[in-house]
Design a protein around this ligand. Structure first.
Ligand SMILES: Cc1cc2nc3c(=O)[nH]c(=O)nc-3n(C[C@H](O)[C@H](O)[C@H](O)COP(=O)(O)O)c2cc1C
Length: 369
């Protein structure tokens, strides 16, 4: 049977063994609050590589302490954080997968309480518990979160430098790719959206102004990482809200990202505003795939699709029908870290992705196949 999911893909000098990629997923597991990776991260990322993923993107990693969603996030603003990620990179490489890292600044959605072990998950973290003042394009809060301060020019320059410095550390740690987080209502998305960016300087106004910060960061990062290293950007291609950043603006943005040397865009959605009463995101199998397909058709950019693509044949269908170049599988990989092996057994029926140490466990399945 022809299959696309298990076919390698090459971006610049990087060839990835298949198109089953794991998207960034925050683990909120840095109990020491110092942004340094722990044994949990080693186990977590290693398990996906062991389970047949082609590439894994490490969770949103703060480029600055104040850019973390919670104090328990990973960070990459110092060299100790870089050094702690080296074993993660080496483990994933030893298992045949590629690894990228999502560099992030959470903007006005920073300084929140993580999903567990706190009295009010998702709410702003009180200062007494280590919370901090957040920053944003405009001094407007997200829902009930604490109000941010608007970044001035010096603050914007500081953010650009922080993305560049973190990218340099990621290269030094051995990562194969860098992903810039411009989705889900975090800082770069806040700048992109007319709903959260009400600036009157050159970083606001029309799309060119709102995209200026992201493009500056892309240029800085592209200029310092090796020429053969892929640079990725994740966007929310729709906010599902009238008057928000939408697919039309996303199409223009992706065209600019192509011109600025980005190699793949991952197409997510939402996260910048709570949904107005009566609005409903059409959540369901593959609900974001039409956004990916639109961008793949209307731009030259390689596209990855994500969002409830839970089944191997569903993933194969998205690729076979030309809606994306790569599939990202998130929660399904958390439920079953062997998702990639199971997909290869279902689609191709051979043991190539199965580590030699584990092949005895699959003999019966292979015979049946
Ligand atoms: C536990 C968890 C943590 C997440 N953290 C991040 C993150 O760090 N960065 C990001 O861009 N998206 C994050 N997401 C969104 C996922 O990357 C993905 O887009 C989403 O889960 C939809 O894909 P899925 O249906 O395959 O899970 C997270 C999702 C989950 C479930």
């Amino acid at each position: 049977m022809t299959q696309h999911l298990l076919t390698p893909i090459t971006l610049r000098d990087l060839t990835v063994r298949n198109r089953i990629w794991v998207p960034p997923m925050c683990q909120y597991s840095v109990a020491a609050r110092d942004g340094v990776a722990t044994p949990w991260h080693l186990m977590h990322y290693g398990s996906f590589a062991r389970g047949g993923a082609g590439a894994i993107i490490v969770e949103a990693t703060g480029v600055l302490p104040e850019g973390r969603i919670s104090p328990q996030d990973l960070g990459l603003w110092n060299d100790a954080q870089r050094d702690a990620l080296v074993p993660v990179v080496e483990l994933v490489h030893s298992l045949g997968a590629a690894i990228g890292i999502q560099l992030a600044h959470a903007g006005r959605k920073a300084s929140t309480q993580p999903e567990w072990g706190t009295p009010h998950p998702g709410a702003s973290l009180p200062e007494a518990d280590g919370g901090w003042t957040t920053v944003a394009p405009s001094a407007e809060a997200y829902a009930d979160l604490a109000a941010p301060e608007a970044l001035d020019e010096a603050g914007i320059d500081h953010v650009v430098r922080a993305f560049a410095d973190s990218a340099r550390r990621a290269v030094d740690a051995g990562f194969d790719m860098i992903e810039i987080h411009a989705a889900h209502g975090y800082l770069l998305h806040e700048f992109l959206s007319p709903l959260s960016n009400h600036r009157t300087d050159s970083y606001g106004g029309d799309l060119a102004g709102r995209a200026r910060l992201l493009l500056r960061i892309v240029d800085e990062v592209r200029a310092l990482i090796p020429g053969g290293m892929p640079l990725l950007v994740r966007i929310s291609a729709s906010e599902w809200v009238e008057g928000g950043f939408d697919l039309e603006e996303a199409t223009q943005l992706v065209t600019w990202l192509t011109e600025h040397g980005v190699d793949m865009v991952d197409v997510s959605s939402g996260g910048n505003t709570p949904l107005p009463e009566g609005t409903r995101i059409p959540v369901g199998p593959g609900y974001q795939t039409p956004l990916a397909a639109h961008l793949r058709t209307h731009t030259e950019m390689p596209i990855s699709a994500v969002g409830m693509i839970d089944e191997p044949f569903q993933a194969e269908h998205v690729l076979a029908t030309g809606q994306a170049d790569v599939i990202r599988v998130g929660r399904a990989f958390l439920r079953d870290p062997s998702w990639g092996l199971q997909a290869s057994l279902a689609l191709r029926g051979d043991e190539e992705l199965i580590p030699a140490q584990y092949r005895r466990a699959y003999r019966q399945q292979l015979r049946r196949g």
